[in-house]
Design a protein around this ligand. Structure first.
Ligand code: IMP
Length: 422
């Protein structure tokens, strides 16, 4: 069975943990989009691993992990990530990790271009992770990017980087940001690339062979549906298709190869960076931060927290074709007295069951809530759905009804063992 795991909110839904759980029965784990802007935390046997670009299957022996063509790959960042995880005892061999030769390369100046754009946007800034993700995808679409295969052709890479550095320096000069030389960029990138070179290959036939042989392929989505460049809260989005289709375009495995789409959401909603967040709630944010929860893995920024928003989830289930929901962080609500679920937005007196596209409408979207009683007890020791308190089951049933998708998994804590199969 081939499965896509996607985030249904603004990222940070706890996908890493669900992917890790599903990896047990997978032969291959694939990242098809995004870059090291993602931060997946996996806790296994008491050890906390943070993965940015490495697929979660890297923590297991005997799995093939693929960084697909749709990913933007920062060689320097990836080598640091590899070394950090190797220090924790994870083996990262060319047999375990394959890197697509079609993936685009994040170059050091892309990070500065990211900063330049944020400065130029002033109070309209996106609040990016400053990892150079947007500018790298922009170069890809603008047909002036550098692919991993180009790094294998050093004279070409040199010429391309030299051209691009000249253009980029003009932009950076306007913002008093550091200038680059092609030599410096190439030296930094090639130093890192030496560690990655043995992993580079054409990953598409590898995936097709696995598909043909009936092996099980798992796609690990990064970020979330509302950060998707098409379906998200544009322009406050990331620069890739974070939805299920992105797994296909980002890997070369076609849609008819996919049997299952698991949509991951928290039992509430969180968001980092700028942009609309209708159900944000100060009380809930303070409560969760007080528990030491909801600080960003990549940036350490406190995430804004709010009530469950089923307008967003309904839409996310539609555009991803979700066949099963994984609801994580249920334990985060354990002590709350009364819970709110947003069922619609009121925009100028009209009720909307799906999110709007226009900025003006987003500015006016007011959540319409329904209240449910909390369960006021610890769920972290539950090991079966039946163990959950009645009010938690009622909350999850309502969530599922409002989203139009069945629940497949429930998360009641960060450990691998705290995932309930429904
Ligand atoms: P970028 O992907 O760095 O360009 O950032 C664009 C937006 O996506 C910002 O609001 C980021 O905070 C958000 N973002 C990117 N990656 C993640 C993630 O893994 N989790 C949550 N938000 C993210």
């Amino acid at each position: 069975m081939n499965t896509i795991v996607v985030g249904l909110q603004w990222g940070d839904e706890g996908k890493g943990k669900i992917v890790d759980y599903l990896t047990e029965s997978a032969d291959l784990v694939v990242r098809g989009q995004g870059g090291n802007n993602a931060g997946h935390t996996v806790i296994a046997k008491g050890v906390r691993y943070i993965l940015n670009l490495l697929p979660s299957g890297i923590l297991w022996d005997g799995k093939t992990n693929i960084i697909g063509n749709g990913v933007v790959l920062d060689p320097i960042g990836l080598v640091a990530e590899i070394e950090r995880n190797e220090a924790l005892g994870v083996s990262i061999t060319p047999a375990k990790l394959l890197i697509s030769d079609r993936a685009h390369v994040v170059l050091p100046f892309h990070k500065e271009l990211d900063a330049a754009r944020e400065i130029s946007l002033g109070d309209q800034k996106i609040g990016t992770t400053k990892r150079g993700i947007g500018p790298t995808y922009a170069d890809k679409v603008n047909r002036c990017g550098l692919r991993v295969a180009d790094l294998l052709d050093e004279p070409f890479a040199r010429a391309q980087v030299t051209r691009r550095v000249a253009e980029v320096n003009e932009i950076l000069a306007k913002y008093d940001l550091p200038q680059f030389t092609a030599d410096q960029v190439l030296e930094e990138v090639y130093t890192a690339f030496e560690r990655l070179r043995p992993h580079v290959t054409n990953t598409i036939p590898v995936l097709h062979k696995a598909w043909k042989n009936g092996e099980s392929i798992l796609f690990e989505g990064a970020q979330g549906t509302l950060l998707d460049i098409d379906y998200g809260t544009y322009p406050f989005v990331t620069s890739s298709n974070t939805t299920s289709g992105g797994s296909c375009t980002g890997s070369g495995l076609p849609p008819n190869a996919i049997q299952r789409v698991i949509g991951v959401c928290k039992a509430y909603t969180t968001r980092v960076g700028s942009g609309w967040f209708p159900t944000v709630d100060e009380g809930l944010s303070e409560y969760l931060h007080g528990l030491g929860r909801e600080f960003g893995v990549v940036s350490g920024r406190p995430r804004g927290c709010g009530w469950l928003d089923t307008v967003l989830l309904r839409f996310a289930c539609m555009v991803n074709g979700v066949t099963g929901l994984a609801v994580t962080n249920v334990d985060g609500l354990d002590e709350y007295e009364t819970l709110q679920i947003c069922t619609a937005y009121d925009i100028d007196g009209t009720l909307h069951e799906l999110p709007p596209a226009g900025r003006g409408e987003w500015d006016k979207a007011t959540p319409v809530y329904e209240s449910l009683p909390g369960w006021k007890c610890d769920t972290t020791a539950c090991t079966r759905y039946e163990d959950l308190p009645q009010n938690a089951k009622a909350y999850l049933t309502r969530l599922s009804e409002l989203c139009g998708a069945p629940i497949a998994f429930i998360g009641v804590g960060p450990d691998r063992s705290q995932t309930l199969v429904v």
